[in-house]
Design a binder for this molecule. Structure first.
Ligand SMILES: Nc1ncnc2c1ncn2[C@@H]1O[C@H](COP(=O)(O)OP(=O)(O)OP(=O)(O)O)[C@@H](O)[C@H]1O
Length: 752
């Protein structure tokens, strides 16, 4: 006897089988339907034999136009460009007939085979979008209005959900609006095992479960039953609360589910199916097993719940309805309705009613509440909320496929991500991961499944990290493969111990007017370009472009730009050197400049600097000086708050783009200044300059010939946050007025 008839599972089995030896027997790979007794029906269990439209001819594929279809919750609405007829001759019937014909053509264009459909009725058809999934079920419910002018459809497979409507004529009236009506939440039906005629599992079904490594003990403890329907048999998963039957879900061995309750109608042989949603309460499968538990596991199917038990986890429940096609884009309901999408007493508006696709008189409400149709899928969370409230750790062990992950995301955001964990299903052959708990149990065994659960990881919360998430970067830092871990040397021996330039840091440079701040930064950039080939973007508002070019070229070529007084006896740079220097300038520097009279604000500067990073790969940004930026701020914001926010923006830019920023800020007016270097706290505007920067440097030069050489420059390194990059101290340089170069000054201690 062969039990399995499921192409996708077979496909997965074939993928997995070569390197993983299934723990189930060989017969698992064979395919047939389970038959009962002497009746050798070829029908699938409870399948299409009771379809409303028995004349419907099954077509395995249709001439669909894939580009015209949208899936996963998107609606397809095709109000065609066929204009409504201006004038129609003949009786009303002719009009109906004609529009029905046009409507059918439109449906056919969409791949919906409506030939056998009758206006005013519902039809169960093969969905052109999903082809009914692996089991090829007729999951598309199509309704055509009585006048034949309008069609509505919806695919009831959770993983498809394609729905839409179309009209024969654009703007034509349709009767479907009349179907809108209100309905109130109905009282839940109470059911019993005897009423549902449930009975113990037969040997065939027990061996079916055995193939899936589910033991008889587990089946008994979970009250897994069977149900006979004429000559067929289905598995009955009983949903209980405090040991009392609340609902029941039926499934044949082909994995086709009936999410309905069955009861005998007046005619003995005619089983009717009613929607579970309408009459029984939606709860978790295995609910009693999580009562009072701190740690609970949520899986996507009953088989997975049973598999977890085989791995030693009873504290596990399965969602009743499987996974949604996508994560809902809707906002969550308010806190007090977090789990409910149809609170008691809510009046639900049904837009239209459609029969489910199994040929039964089943009706499903669409858009039945204020939060939309998808949210009704999670009603079980509300119904079981007291079981979930106490849990401090919820392991989401949903399927590894996209719908399973969407389910995990939906559950996590409703239950609170901070207490959720997730599992990673192990890899099988060809890097294909196992899909769910039952697969892991079947192919790797109970211990492997146990290990998967025990190594569940915290559910990710956006913005909340662990060092583990950065191990790659930390490793690279340790092994110094990132580059510039110790910073780039300034090019001056006297500063090597004090200040090295690290990408992504902010250096504030200050000093009294005319101390040589801009000159020193220019010289530093020239050195960095020579040493590390860095390129820069300059926002130097005080400099005329041509003068800035002159200063940079002099430092590069080491000759004065002009034959002028300042050049003293030094030889002027030649035309060739000048031309070569121009190429270097344009290759090395990019300029941010306000072409009009307005002042640039910091956002504008940083946006352009980002562009320079992306376009030219610049490694450094110079903003010189702070007071030349536009500092308009809201009336209720203090300068201190403003400076703090501005520096935060600059630092973020630096870090995100691995770009070093030099920001020049002037000291406030110094009263009783005696000629010494100012303090970083003297910077005009706010103490945030010193507080927020990574490095703080004061440039000071001697102007008293009696105190020392007049060309001597003191580079006072007053703050270094990153000890790898330097330390506090002073370095002495000499300024060459002719060429603008800075050279290492002889250290007084070296002289001795
Ligand atoms: N050590 C020095 N010796 C002599 N002249 C110098 C020295 N350093 C800079 N200068 C000269 O001082 C002038 C101003 O230099 P620079 O623009 O770099 O100063 P600054 O501190 O940026 O000035 P400001 O605060 O006004 O922007 C330039 O003409 C430069 O040549």
């Amino acid at each position: 006897m062969r039990l399995l008839h499921h192409p996708r599972l077979l496909h997965r089995l074939s993928l997995l089988s070569s390197n993983v030896r299934p723990m189930a027997t060989e017969s698992l790979f064979k395919s047939t339907a389970l038959k009962l007794g002497s009746i050798s029906s070829q029908r699938h269990l409870l399948h299409s034999q009771r379809l409303l439209f028995t004349g419907f001819k099954f077509k395995p594929s249709s001439n669909i136009r894939p580009f015209s279809l949208r899936t996963n919750g998107y609606s397809y609405t095709s109000h065609a460009d066929v204009p409504a007829p201006v004038h129609l001759e003949g009786p009303e019937e002719d009009m109906s007939e004609m529009q029905f014909k046009i409507l059918k053509q439109k449906l056919e264009d969409l791949g919906i085979e409506s030939e056998i459909c009758t206006p005013g009725q519902y039809s169960s058809l093969l969905c052109p979008n999903c082809q009914g999934g692996d089991s090829e079920e007729k999951s598309l419910s199509l309704f055509i209005t009585q006048d034949g002018g309008c069609a509505l459809w919806m695919c009831f497979r959770a993983k498809c959900g394609w729905k839409g409507s179309t009209k024969a004529f654009a703007g034509s009236t349709s009767s479907y609006g009349m179907m809108k009506h209100s309905t109130e939440k109905k009282k839940k039906r109470e059911i019993t095992e005897s009423e549902l005629m449930l009975e113990p599992l037969c040997d065939e079904l027990i061996s079916y479960f055995k193939e899936r490594m589910i033991s008889v003990e587990t089946l008994h403890r979970n009250h897994v039953k069977q149900r006979r329907c004429d000559d067929q048999i289905v598995i009955a998963f009983t949903y209980c609360r405090h040991g009392t039957l609340v609902s029941c879900k039926y499934r044949d061995i082909n994995k086709k589910f009936w999410q309905v309750d069955m009861y005998k109608s007046d005619t003995e042989s005619n089983l009717k199916l009613l929607p579970k949603e309408a009459n029984t309460e939606k709860i978790f499968y295995g609910l009693d097993d999580i009562e009072g538990e701190n740690d609970i596991i949520i899986v996507e199917g009953e088989m997975d719940k049973l598999a977890m038990e085989e791995a030693g986890f009873r504290n596990c429940v399965s969602v009743p309805d499987g996974a949604p096609a996508t994560v809902s884009s809707k906002e969550l309901p308010p806190e007090d309705k977090l789990y409910t999408f149809m609170p008691k007493g809510t009046i639900c508006t049904a837009v239209f009613l459609l029969p489910l696709c199994f040929g039964c008189d089943i009706f499903v409400k669409i858009k039945q509440d204020e939060y939309g149709s998808q949210d009704t899928k999670y009603q079980y969370l509300w119904n079981c909320k007291e079981y979930l409230e106490k849990a401090s750790r919820i392991i989401l062990a949903t399927d590894g496929d996209p719908p399973g992950q969407a389910l995990a995301e939906e559950l996590a955001r409703r239950l609170g991500k901070e207490r959720c964990w997730r599992v990673r299903w192990p890899e099988g052959k060809g890097s294909v991961n196992f899909k769910d708990a039952n697969e892991v149990l079947m192919y790797l065994g109970a211990d492997a499944l146990k290990e998967v659960i025990e190594s569940a990881e915290l559910y990710p919360i956006r913005g909340l990290f662990n060092f583990r998430h950065y191990f790659d970067e930390i490793d690279a830092y340790y092994h110094r493969t990132l580059g510039y871990e110790f910073g780039v040397s300034t090019g001056w021996k006297n500063l090597n111990e004090l200040y090295n330039v690290v990408p992504g840091e902010l250096t504030i440079v200050t000093g009294v007017p005319n101390s040589g701040k801009s000159e020193w930064i220019d010289a530093l950039l020239c050195n960095l370009n020579q040493i590390a080939d860095w390129k820069f973007v300059l926002c130097s508002m005080e400099n005329k472009v041509r003068e800035h070019a002159r200063k940079l070229l002099e430092k590069r070529i080491k000759k004065p730009f002009f034959e002028a007084r300042y050049g003293e006896s030094a030889e002027r740079m030649s035309v060739e050197e000048f031309e070569e220097g121009k190429l270097w300038l344009s290759d090395t520097f990019h300029l941010i400049r306000c072409e009009d009279d307005s002042l640039p604000n910091i956002k504008w500067v940083l946006d352009l600097a980002k562009a320079a990073v992306l376009r030219h790969g610049v490694r450094g940004l110079v903003i010189d000086p702070y007071n030349e930026l536009d500092h308009q701020r809201p009336p209720n914001q203090t300068e201190t708050e403003y400076v703090s926010q501005m520096l935060t923006k600059i630092k973020r830019f630096a870090q995100h783009h691995g770009c070093h920023v030099w920001f020049v800020a002037h000291p406030r007016q110094l009263h009783n200044w005696v000629g010494g270097p100012p303090n970083l706290y003297d910077i005009s505007g706010s103490a945030h300059f010193i507080n927020k920067c990574d490095n703080g440097i004061v440039i000071h030069r001697n102007r008293d010939p009696h105190a020392g050489p007049i060309d001597q420059v003191q580079v006072c390194v007053r703050k270094i946050r990153n000890k790898v990059a330097g330390t506090i101290g002073d370095g002495l340089l000499l300024y060459n007025r002719a060429t603008g170069e800075f050279m290492d000054a002889e250290n007084p201690s070296d002289k001795k």
